[in-house]
Design a protein around this ligand. Structure first.
Ligand SMILES: C[S@@+](CC[C@H](N)C(=O)[O-])C[C@H]1O[C@@H](n2cnc3c(N)ncnc32)[C@H](O)[C@@H]1O
Length: 228
């Protein structure tokens, strides 16, 4: 198994990502739709940050849901940002190549920060620093909502998650080499943490209204709000 960085992995996957993700992530659209349904009605976001935007599938959904908003699409991989740019255009989106482990964001600058299946790429300590950084980048009353892959509370639950995921992938006709690619990627670049720990970290950095809005197998949607 050859070691590649997360950046190289997504650079290589950029052009095929949209074909692959729908058959590899169960209920991919549903998790993003649910995220949008739960953005509080009083928020009316004007400036939105998408962390780990990838090819821009969530970015597009955010643009559609909030037609008056401007989105900053941030990712580590330049190749995938280029695909995102082709998919989402220049008019209401700006693009930032940054690493979650060294985010440079202006304070009090976003009403809403979203993320889909991206934050598990950094280790647990970096996640906690990232949560702090997101809190600082939000305006008072701003919302952070993200869906991601989470570890089970016990090794048994986590193992069962992996089995259920494999059954889903088999039913979708995912070829063995593609499954193998995800498993190698998971071994090299994924740091799944539990729902309990991540909700605790969100509280610890100062978020309020922390809640779990949706869950299916590994995939879990959390929300949190900055005090007004
Ligand atoms: C599974 S994709 C998800 C893309 C998109 N959000 C979606 O839901 O389809 C994960 C994305 O996170 C980005 N990513 C991974 N590690 C990152 C890091 N340390 N900093 C910034 N982006 C990162 C990858 O480049 C990739 O585009």
């Amino acid at each position: 198994m050859s070691e590649v960085s997360t950046e190289e992995f997504y650079d290589d996957l950029a052009s095929s990502y949209n074909d692959i993700i729908y058959r590899c992530a169960p209920r991919y659209e549903e998790m993003q739709q649910t995220m949008m349904q739960y953005v509080p009605g009083d928020l009316q976001p004007q400036r939105i940050l998408d962390l780990g935007c990838g090819t821009g599938n969530l970015t597009l959904r955010v643009l559609e849901t909030f037609p008056g908003a401007h989105v900053v699409a941030l990712d580590l991989s330049q190749e995938i940002l280029d695909v995102c740019r082709r998919q989402c255009g220049e008019q209401r989106v700006s693009y930032l190549q940054q690493d979650f482990s060294d985010l440079q964001l202006s304070a009090n600058s976003f009403d809403l920060v979203v993320s889909s299946i991206a934050i598990h790429h950094v280790d647990d300590l970096t996640k906690q620093v990232l949560f702090q950084c997101v809190l600082e980048s939000l305006k008072p009353g701003g919302v952070f909502t993200f869906v991601d892959q989470f570890r089970g509370e016990t090794p048994g639950i986590y193992q069962q998650h992996m089995k259920v995921w494999k059954t889903f992938a088999d039913a979708k006709g995912v070829p063995p080499e593609e499954w193998q690619m995800w498993m190698e990627h998971q071994e090299q670049h994924d740091f799944h943490a539990t729902v309990h720990d991540q909700m605790k970290w969100l509280h610890e950095v100062g978020f309020i209204e922390v809640d779990c809005l949706w869950k299916h197998v590994l995939w879990t949607l959390l929300t949190a709000r900055k005090r007004t």
